[in-house]
Write a protein that binds this ligand. Structure first.
Ligand code: FES
Ligand SMILES: [Fe+2]
Length: 332
C-alpha cells in the first residue's frame, strides 16, 4: 500500500529527469520556495546564475524562505549563516574568526533557465535531456506562457489528461469542442526511445466558437502529440492555412497527489492577436481540465493495466501508462 508521499524507489527513478519548478519571472531578489518530489527546495539568484538548494539550513533546519540574498550569498534569517554558490557555509556571524569546515554545507541541485522556465532535478541528468521546445527562440513564432496551473492530482494524471483526445467533447464543449461530436477517429501511437508520438485528425477545432465560422466546412484538424517521459508533452496543432500552434505542457511533480503544469504557447501565424485574448482562451481550457483532474480517485495514475478500464480511444493513455511502467514505476 502506498503512503501519501513518494517512496525512495520512486524518487530515485524520477530523479533522472528535469522538471520545471518556476517561471523565470517568479524568481526575484528573494529566495523562492518550491517543492519537487516532496522535497522542499529554495531557488535563489546571484547575478546571472541561479541556484537550487535544499530548503533547510544545516544549523537548525530553518527554511530559507524567510532568508535573503546578499551579493553572491544566501543568508539564513535565524543566525545569519551565509552560504555561497556551491552551498558551502562561508560565515558564522557569532564567530567572526571561524573558518567554517567543509561539512557545513547545503544540498545543492542543478538548475537551468530555459524557455522562460526554471528547471531542476534531484539527480544529475545531462543538460541535453531537457525537454526540447525550439519554437521558444524561433523568431518565426510568437511565444506566450500561461500562469502555472496547480492540480490536486499527480503529474501523471495531468499529463495523461493533456494526451486524452476523447474528453474534448465533454469538458471542453464551452471552449472549442461540441457534445454532439463525441466520436474519436482511430489514430496510431508510435512508441519511441524516450516517449510517444501520434497524430490525431478530427473535426474538433482549436478555436473559440466565434472563430469557427471562418473554418472551411469539413476541415480536418491535425494534432501531433509528442510525449517526453515522464511528464512533458508537445502538441502541434495545424490550422486552416497551414499555421502551426505548438504547446509545451510540462508538469512539476510536487507529490503523488499534486502537481503544477507549466504551459508555453508558440504560433507562427496571427502574430497580431491580442495576447490577453489568447491567454484567456487557454486559461479557460485549463480551468475546464482542472475541474475534472482534481476529482480523480486515486489522484495518481495506477499503472497496473487492470486497475482502470480502457477502450480503443484510450490507446494513447494505455501506451503512456505502459511506458511509465517500463521505467519501473507502479504509479505516476
Ligand atoms: S538556523 Fe540557519 S543560521 Fe541558524
Ligand atoms: Fe483538456
Amino acid at each position: 500500500m502506498h503512503c501519501s508521499g513518494y517512496d525512495e524507489g520512486e524518487r530515485a527513478l524520477l530523479s533522472r529527469y528535469w522538471f520545471p519548478v518556476a517561471r523565470s519571472v517568479d524568481l526575484g531578489e528573494k529566495p523562492l520556495g518550491v517543492t519537487l518530489l516532496d522535497r522542499s527546495l529554495v531557488l535563489w539568484r546571484a547575478g546571472c546564475s541561479i541556484q537550487a538548494v535544499d530548503d533547510r539550513c544545516c544549523h537548525r533546519g530553518v527554511s530559507f524562505r524567510c532568508g535573503w540574498v546578499e551579493g553572491d550569498e544566501l543568508v539564513c534569517a535565524y543566525h545569519g549563516w551565509r552560504f555561497d554558490l556551491q552551498g558551502r557555509c562561508v560565515a558564522v556571524p557569532a564567530h567572526p574568526e571561524l573558518c567554517p569546515p567543509a561539512s557545513l554545507r547545503l544540498g545543492t541541485h542543478p538548475c537551468i533557465e530555459r524557455y522562460g522556465l526554471l528547471w531542476t532535478s534531484l539527480g544529475d541528468p545531462p543538460e541535453d535531456s531537457l525537454p526540447s521546445f525550439p519554437e521558444a527562440s524561433d523568431t518565426a513564432f510568437t511565444c506566450l506562457a500561461l500562469d502555472p496551473t496547480p492540480f490536486e492530482a499527480s503529474a501523471g494524471r495531468q499529463l495523461e489528461g493533456f494526451l486524452d483526445v476523447a474528453h474534448f467533447a465533454w469538458i471542453h464543449h464551452q471552449s472549442f469542442a461540441a457534445r454532439d461530436r463525441p466520436e474519436v477517429p482511430d489514430y496510431v501511437v508510435e512508441v519511441l526511445a524516450d516517449g510517444l508520438r501520434y497524430d490525431y485528425r478530427s473535426t474538433v477545432p482549436n478555436t473559440t466558437p466565434d472563430q469557427q465560422l471562418s473554418v472551411p466546412q469539413g476541415f480536418l484538424w491535425s494534432r501531433r502529440f509528442e510525449v517526453m517521459l515522464p511528464y512533458t508533452a508537445r502538441l502541434t496543432v495545424t490550422f486552416p492555412g497551414g499555421g502551426r500552434l505548438c504547446l509545451l505542457n510540462a508538469s512539476q511533480p510536487i507529490g503523488p497527489r499534486s502537481c503544477r503544469s507549466f504551459t508555453l504557447l508558440a504560433r507562427d501565424f496571427d502574430h497580431d492577436l491580442e495576447e490577453e485574448q489568447v491567454l484567456a482562451f487557454n486559461r479557460q481550457i485549463f480551468a475546464e481540465d482542472k475541474a475534472i483532474l482534481d476529482r480523480h480517485d486515486p489522484p495518481f495514475l495506477p499503472l497496473d493495466p487492470g486497475a482502470e478500464r480502457h477502450v480503443p480511444s484510450d490507446r494513447a493513455s494505455i501506451a503512456y501508462r505502459q511506458c511509465l511502467r517500463a521505467m519501473g514505476l507502479e504509479r505516476a
